[in-house]
Design a protein around this ligand. Structure first.
Ligand SMILES: NC(=O)c1ccc[n+]([C@@H]2O[C@H](COP(=O)([O-])OP(=O)(O)OC[C@H]3O[C@@H](n4cnc5c(N)ncnc54)[C@H](OP(=O)(O)O)[C@@H]3O)[C@@H](O)[C@H]2O)c1
Length: 333
């Protein structure tokens, strides 16, 4: 299958601070495109002062300071993590948790590739991040991509890694949960979920796994769901895709931990995103930004292999998993 990957849209660049020695990527803004590939890129690229922690490099936004002496060529590593190691891909970045993660990463000085199908949402997100990027040296690159086009993933992954100058973190946040009637058995609709929730995850995480294995570092975050803990009446295939995702991510972790690569499985409860909009019976709802903060903290500390978000869902998961099938089938979940 040919590569029909599109990248969207705008370039806005602010001069880099000489004190931190980053490459200034030009000034001004405008729409740029590459006629040969039918693509264009969005970049907000400004240098800033950076703080990091071990594991996933994390930063607190801070204003760049004026140079007092000759500019250094490379930013000094802070707590052992050089700024060059803040490069991330977020798949499923146009709304909800994916978008919140992009905002947080950009505010922490990451160069982030944001992927999804809705170009306008991605461009808006990149624009929203502009001020934070100006403070931290972060950048957001927009790529329009449908994860169902799995044959495109390998080439696009390579292209993005080149664009970012490497890769340290990938988040797979793309997912769909279509409403499913109690007596509905629609194979086409079900397999579409498998393609997005599971197929896309495998396609993107496999690429990251190959790279991270070679470089012997990196973090993979897969946003699964507590729904994967049991097969529920309400949405059998959604649950099945998340359960398969959990097992796939566990196996990746088991393969890659010995080479220093961390794989985090995230199991959110109810998060206030477009996916849950209008749904009844939600409780313990938290914002996408709160979820993003928890996810990044969990990934950074590397203590967690699986993280329920918020943590209280761990107890719910433990109870749900322990209910005998004969009783569970009577529950209306
Ligand atoms: N919200 C919750 O309560 C909750 C709970 C547990 C788990 N989760 C999981 O969390 C993840 C994020 O969901 P969310 O709650 O943040 O919902 P959301 O706002 O609907 O985000 C879903 C993201 O997936 C992207 N996506 C969907 N189909 C795609 C495709 N074919 N190609 C590329 N991207 C695609 C969407 O972008 P485009 O439409 O622009 O392509 C969007 O950016 C999902 O995997 C979901 O299952 C959510």
């Amino acid at each position: 299958m040919g590569s029909l990957v599109q990248r969207a849209a705008v370039t806005h660049r602010v001069p880099a601070s000489a004190s931190l020695g980053r490459r200034a990527r030009g000034q001004g803004s405008g729409l740029v495109g590459s006629p040969t590939k039918g693509v264009a890129s969005f970049g907000i690229d400004v240098s800033g002062t950076i703080l990091s922690l071990p594991g996933i490099p994390m930063t607190s936004p801070a204003l760049p300071s004026e140079p007092t002496s000759e500019p250094s060529l490379t930013p000094p590593p802070i707590r052992g993590v050089p700024s060059a190691e803040r490069r991330a891909i977020v798949v499923g970045a146009s709304s909800g948790m994916g978008a919140a993660l992009v905002r947080r990463l950009a505010a922490e000085g990451y160069r982030v590739a944001a992927l999804a199908r809705r170009e306008a949402k991605l461009v808006e997100l990149a624009e929203d991040c502009r001020a934070d990027c100006a403070k931290t040296g972060g950048a957001v690159f927009v790529h329009v991509h449908d994860v169902a086009r799995q044959a495109d993933v390998s080439a696009l992954f390579e292209e993005i890694v080149r664009e970012l100058g490497g890769l340290d973190l990938i988040v797979y946040a793309a997912g769909i949960m279509p409403a499913t009637g109690p007596a509905e058995y629609d194979t086409e609709k079900d397999l579409a979920q498998v393609t997005v929730n599971l197929g896309g995850c495998i396609a993107w995480c496999n690429e990251a796994a190959k790279l991270f294995r070679t470089q012997r570092s990196g973090t993979i975050i897969g946003i699964s769901s507590i729904a994967g803990d049991r097969g529920r009446k309400g949405n059998p295939v959604y649950c099945a895709t998340k359960a398969a995702m959990n097992t796939y991510l566990e196996a990746l972790r088991n393969r890659l931990s010995e080479v220093g690569v961390h794989v985090l499985t995230v199991k959110p409860g109810f998060i206030d995103t477009p996916m849950t909009e209008g749904l009844d019976g939600l409780f313990w709802l938290i914002s996408a930004d709160d979820a993003a903060r928890t996810i990044l903290t969990a990934a950074r500390h590397r203590f967690w292999n699986t993280r329920y978000v918020p943590l209280r869902w761990w107890a719910v998961g433990a109870i749900i998993r322990s209910i005998p099938s004969i009783l569970f089938r009577r529950l209306n979940v």
